[in-house]
Design a protein around this ligand. Structure first.
Ligand code: ADP
Length: 352
């Protein structure tokens, strides 16, 4: 027997040590009598034999322990621990009896991540619905106008039809991006294995975007030696399109400003292939940079919409690169332009 009044026997201590999630055991005086490895790792400051209240600030938990000691009925409670970082626990509080004393075991399940995922899912559905509702409302409005007040007005009809076409295209782009995102998420754990040369891929995208660049008074320069990476061509094409199109759209000069340049470079650095797109646009404030790859996040919603953006391009790029075991680098400062770089693993000799 050790010095505690009502020691939990060593079998209980060994049993909770075999459990993967944090477990704490208190005696009838709510003093901590056992804590397994995960519990000690999660709460390094807890001390055996000390009153639980002196080390864990958790009123809800202490109330539940008191009730369980009183009634003998097990309970499940939520506990939001705010220090050092916010964590949500689902705690199963259950009493048990040794030959001489009563105890309460607290089994803690960390629900922080599942709550975050649930919130992200709810926000995503709300955002996607909102993004679709705006063009849909505009389409419905024009259809009603064409059926009613503007019936027979040929000039109005042509103008409205042009707007309707643009709104319908916006919805199509949005649905397209959403489907691509979900397909890539489903395959996130399968790394693509084909050999893809980034040089012709970058050239192809620059050629396809030449009319937009010309219209936007942006000159595209490209430096692209052969660079063979491991990937899936269509997905990497999507990344290059998003980055180069963004650079053109968001760096396009005003009419009174001189033409600007977008530099597209392909190459290899630190064992990775890269495709980097540098523009001379207004740049991005540091606080916005980490949020750019969030779904539907835009620095300026009006500007993004006016340029046909869905707010999903960089989220897609990030997911595609994660699937390729690569990453997206963003460097930007207000007034100094932006550089977006996609890093993709080079193919090694054994792969060819
Ligand atoms: P969008 O469809 O709005 O372009 P993206 O996910 O591609 O969506 O980009 C998210 C936001 O990042 C854009 O709305 C814009 O505010 C900002 N952004 C992206 N590329 C650039 C860039 N080259 N220069 C400045 N801002 C940019």
């Amino acid at each position: 027997m050790n010095e505690t009044v009502d020691p939990v026997d060593s079998l209980v201590a060994s049993l909770i040590d075999a459990m993967p999630e944090p477990v704490l055991v208190v005696d009838a005086g709510v003093r901590l009598v056992a804590a397994n490895g995960p519990a000690r790792a999660m709460f390094p400051h807890i001390r055996l034999k000390a009153p639980l209240a002196s080390t864990l600030r958790a009123v809800d938990l202490h109330d539940a322990i008191a009730r369980v000691l009183e009634s003998g009925q097990a309970e499940d409670v939520s506990w939001l621990d705010r220090v050092p970082v916010e964590r949500l626990f689902q705690v199963h509080v259950a009493g048990f009896q040794s030959a001489t004393a009563r105890f309460v075991a607290l089994h803690l399940h960390d629900a922080t991540e599942s709550r975050r995922l649930e919130k992200a899912r709810v926000d995503f559905v709300a955002n996607a619905s909102h993004e679709l509702r705006t063009p849909l409302a505009s389409l419905l409005g024009f259809i009603e106008t064409l059926q009613g007040p503007a019936r027979g007005d040929a000039q109005a009809r042509d103008r409205f039809l042009a707007i309707m076409l643009e709104q319908a295209r916006r919805m199509a782009r949005l649905v397209d991006d959403l489907l691509s995102l979900s397909r890539i998420e489903q395959n996130l754990h399968v790394q693509p294995k084909a050999a893809v040369d980034l040089a012709p891929l970058a050239q192809h995208v620059c050629d396809a975007l030449a009319p937009l660049a010309m219209e936007s008074r942006v000159r595209i320069e490209i430096e692209a030696p052969t660079t063979i990476v491991r990937g899936e061509r269509d997905e990497l094409l999507r990344v290059a399109e998003n980055l180069i199109e963004n650079a053109i759209k968001y760096s396009a000069p005003d009419l009174d400003q001189p033409e600007r340049k977008v530099l597209v470079q392909v190459g290899a650095r630190e064992g990775m292939g890269f495709l980097s797109v540098r523009d001379e646009g207004p740049g991005i404030a540091p606080e916005n940079i980490p949020r750019l790859t969030e779904r539907f996040y835009r620095v300026d919603v009006g500007q993004s919409r006016a340029k046909g953006g869905t707010g999903l391009g960089l989220a897609l790029a990030k997911h595609i690169l994660a699937r390729h075991r690569g990453r997206l680098g963003i460097q930007s400062a207000l007034g100094r332009g932006s550089a977006f770089t996609a890093f993709i693993p080079l193919i090694d000799r054994n792969d060819r």
